[in-house]
Write a protein that binds this ligand. Structure first.
Ligand code: BDR
Ligand code: CA
Length: 318
């Protein structure tokens, strides 16, 4: 099983990703960092702990990350998307597990030693904790087998601005740090942008299947999805929602095939203009049918080989 460190801003789709990672036979979730994004890092940690409690899981350390971002202040979460507390306003029973005494950065660095050469780092929020960890220990990538990020919009429109996706836009300098050429030369980096995540939705019948489960975690996910599906209704023209973080989780677990994922140079726009937070992938090679770079770079997932909802439901409702 793949040892995975999850860094998240829990978050309704983060919660679905967590549910999948807890149940996937391909994954050993060894630690979780909380980052400010959909909600602040303390609330994200609380949400994560309470979800672990509902799942009946103990023993996975959950560490709080920095409240503010690497390059800018945290300016409040995405209440219109994820509710005031990140999980659609649901009041979950408080788990007895408390946050780990370490910071998210300390936890990640410790795990990178414990699982040196095998650890997968999966980031589904702003890259604040990851950049801080790289700053604290520049040798980190040499011990990490793979780094998978939900974020960015390459040829697709952004979702927080015309050009940028929320996770990257919340902390563009952190993203620039994590995807700097000298860093990506050392770890196997994959970006799962809106270009592909907006193609993968959870529909009402899937929500109903979760709600009908006798698994308490599945039922809680179904309930919080209400808020998320209301947000997406005007965007898709039907009650549905995009599976951003769950798709990145399934990719990190290796449980879905990548049918179009060229490895190309990637730059993050950190200028203070309309494209701040844009992910500029050099996809010029796609016209030759390759796009593959000999210069290292980042794998940009543009298509996967089946609907991710099938994998999610199979695993969560197993
Ligand atoms: C990303 O932003 C957050 O709101 C979601 O949890 C996801 O990680 C999508 O842009
Ligand atoms: Ca997220």
């Amino acid at each position: 099983r793949i040892p995975v460190f999850l860094d998240c801003d829990t978050g309704i789709d983060d919660a679905v990703a967590l549910g999948y990672l807890l149940r996937s036979p391909a994954v050993d979730l060894v630690g979780i960092g909380a980052v400010s994004g959909n909600t602040d890092s303390s609330q994200a940690a609380r949400n994560t702990l309470d979800l672990l409690g509902i799942a009946g899981v103990t023993g996975i350390p959950v560490a709080v990350g920095a409240h503010h971002h690497f390059s800018q202040d945290y300016r409040g979460g995405a209440a219109h998307v994820h509710g005031d507390n990140g999980i659609g306003g649901m009041q979950l029973p408080r788990s007895e597990q408390e946050p780990d005494a370490r910071t998210a950065v300390e936890l990640l660095i410790d795990l990178s030693h414990q699982y040196a050469g095998t650890l997968h780092v999966l980031a589904v929020g702003p890259l604040t904790n990851i950049a801080l960890a790289l700053q604290a220990d520049p040798t980190l990538p040499s011990r990490v087998k793979a780094f998978t990020v939900m974020g960015g919009a390459c040829l697709a429109p952004g979702n927080i601005t015309a050009a940028a996706e929320a996770n990257i836009h919340n902390d563009p300098e952190a993203a620039a740090y994590a995807f700097a050429a000298e860093v990506t030369a050392q770890w196997d980096a994959t970006l799962v942008p809106l270009d592909v995540t907006m193609q993968h939705t959870l529909e009402e019948q899937h929500q109903h299947a979760l709600a009908a489960s006798d698994d308490p975690l599945a039922r809680v996910l179904a309930e919080m999805l209400d808020h998320y599906m209301d947000f997406y209704r005007p965007i898709f023209g039907r009650r549905t929602c995009a599976l951003h973080d769950p798709l990145a989780a399934v990719i990190a677990a290796g449980e879905i095939g990548l049918s179009d994922a060229p490895r190309v140079p990637l730059e993050i726009d950190t200028a203070d203009g309309p494209a701040r937070g844009a992910t500029i992938a050099d996809l010029r090679g796609i016209h030759r049918g390759t796009g593959d770079s000999s210069r290292g770079g980042v794998r940009i997932v543009r298509a996967v080989d089946r609907p991710v909802i099938d994998v999610l439901l199979d695993t969560i409702l197993r």
